[in-house]
Ligand binder design. Sequence first.
Ligand code: 13P
Length: 252
Amino acid sequence: MLTERKSLITGNWKMHKTLAEARALAREIRLGLPVKARLEVALAPPYTALAAVYEENYGSPICLAAQDTYWEKQGAFTGAISPVMLKDAGCRFVIVGHSERRQIFGETNETVNRKLKAVLDTGLCPILCVGETIEQRQAGRTLEVVTAQLREGLAGITGLSGENLVIAYEPVWAIGTGLNATPDQAQEVHGVIRRLLAEMGAPAQSIRILYGGSVTPDNAASLLAQPDIDGALVGGASLKADSFLKIIASAG
Ligand code: 13P
């Protein structure tokens, strides 16, 4: 990774952890965190635990992230949470367009685009997730799919910087399967994403591109050693302090 970009290791807890469990995990991570100047760590607990994790990590360098958002600021949208509320809860990052949101909840590049605009308008930093399914990869369509997700997701958005945008490449076939992309496979797509960002006029060398999909303490170092892999978005291995801290130790 180039030195101008700080590594970012984010734990996506998905639909896991009660309040007590979330507090305990956040505390263990805080207490075990190494001091590294070129490393950032973020935790994305479920909405119900955002405030508790914020409190637990208050005064530490750990940032808070939300797993999703709606695009309106407020109103009659039962069940929805707005970026304004997430900012109020202490979030700095918001994951947008995770493949589980796209596949299970029917999100499209268009809804992802609306969410990105809302998150940026609120002054938060989206983590835009892109990635192909196994069928798309086998059909040789990986780069086409990722390109469309990036171009349509970021359509009409200007003023991007390393401070207000993070991309996460998460091949759908690697998520929760134990089958991570090889460092070469991931680097190929990360390189394409960076070139695309540059083509779109964004400061590509400053924007962090994370890899996600079955990241573990065993494979983190070889993935993070790739020139265009600037961090990780970790699911399963972020649910235990021990494995998440080992991944953090291999970054930065
Ligand atoms: P796993 O690390 O469990 O494969 O999940 C990856 C992911 O979806 C992170 O957002």
